[in-house]
Design a binder for this molecule. Structure first.
Ligand SMILES: NC(=O)C1=CN([C@@H]2O[C@H](COP(=O)(O)OP(=O)(O)OC[C@H]3O[C@@H](n4cnc5c(N)ncnc54)[C@H](OP(=O)(O)O)[C@@H]3O)[C@@H](O)[C@H]2O)C=CC1
Ligand SMILES: O=C(O)C1=N[C@H](C(=O)O)C[C@H](O)C1
Length: 267
């Protein structure tokens, strides 16, 4: 499968190039970055540490999508929305790992998914998607007098909060309780905020160092506590998940899919 990588100079972009190189069923067909990036003109394989691949980083995604079957995109929301329109025009698979998307961005991805196969997830690892199922099950079994708090820690360069994964886990808990996350989430606390309202789902964000991604779902009940967690140790777990998603999406009818669909974990 001929794949292009968006944001090829980024932390995930480089991991994606490595994951494509190690998967016999995929080939790197192009790599791009934002206009003015320092890595324009560099070989994407050299940037990723796998040796030259003969693919020069460009700033022109349009010239790449026409020769590709899929795009792997872990960038920023504005770039992801723009690429979704190109992938829809070219009818190629768009794998979206970018987090921090606003409601308006998600609406534009929905529109693109009428024409292209879009696979989006705040976390492309097997472990986190398994954890989401466990969190859903625990929330369903334990009921609203068990308080749920979701704690995440990431490296100091991460720009969005809460993480896409924390929100994915929050959605899983909300589904387990048959409630809407938007109506029950508490995203910050500061000052005299009063006692915890029953049934809310709290989020706490930590940032520092080089942490790849730690997530814990805490269910705190009367006199006892259940903690379900995941620690990412290597970005390749996300990159390999993205490549797997692209292969799964090849030839699939247009629509918006999640990683649980790819991994066969959807209820
Ligand atoms: N779903 C998942 O499993 C995972 C999701 N992520 C998410 O992926 C995203 C990227 O993370 P990470 O790799 O750490 O971040 P980085 O900042 O290292 O990488 C993002 C890259 O995108 C580039 N970029 C910015 N604008 C454009 C544009 N218009 N066109 C093409 N490229 C552009 C940036 O360039 P420059 O720096 O020069 O601006 C940068 O190289 C984040 O949203 C993160 O949360 C991360 C890991 C796993
Ligand atoms: O920015 C990151 O690094 C990560 N982002 C994703 C998120 O927001 O959850 C996934 C992973 O935790 C790493």
């Amino acid at each position: 499968m001929r794949l292009i990588v968006a944001g090829a100079g980024g932390r995930m972009g480089r991991a994606l190039v490595r994951a494509i190189a190690e998967e016999p069923e995929t080939e790197l067909a192009g790599a791009f970055e934002r206009e003015g990036s320092d890595v324009l003109g560099r070989d994407a394989g050299e940037l990723a540490g796998v040796g030259p691949l003969g693919i020069t980083v460009t700033d022109d995604p349009l010239s790449l999508v026409v020769h590709a079957e899929g795009a792997l995109d872990f960038t920023i929301p504005a770039a992801t929305v723009a690429l979704s329109e190109l992938c829809a025009q070219a009818r190629i698979v768009h794998v979206v790992g970018t987090t921090g998307l606003a409601a308006a961005d998600l609406a534009r991805l929905d529109a693109a998914a009428r024409h292209a196969t879009v696979i989006r997830s705040g976390n492309m690892s097997l472990g986190v998607n398994l954890l989401a199922g466990l969190a859903r099950q625990a929330a369903r079994a334990l009921g609203p007098d068990w308080d749920v708090e979701i704690v995440e820690m990431h490296h100091r360069a991460k720009v969005d909060a809460p993480s896409g994964t924390a929100l994915l886990l929050g959605e899983a808990v909300a589904e387990g309780r048959a409630i809407s996350l938007a109506d029950h989430s508490v995203r910050s606390r500061d000052g005299h905020v009063g006692a915890r309202p029953e049934g809310t789902i709290g989020f706490a964000t930590l940032r520092g160092g080089t942490v790849v991604g730690d997530h814990t779902v805490i269910l705190a009940g009367p006199g006892e506590r259940v903690e379900l967690g995941h620690r990412a140790e290597d970005r390749m777990i996300f990159a390999r998940g993205a490549v797997k998603a692209a292969l799964w999406g090849r030839g699939r009818k247009p629509g918006l899919y999640g990683m649980a669909d790819v991994l066969g974990l959807a209820d």
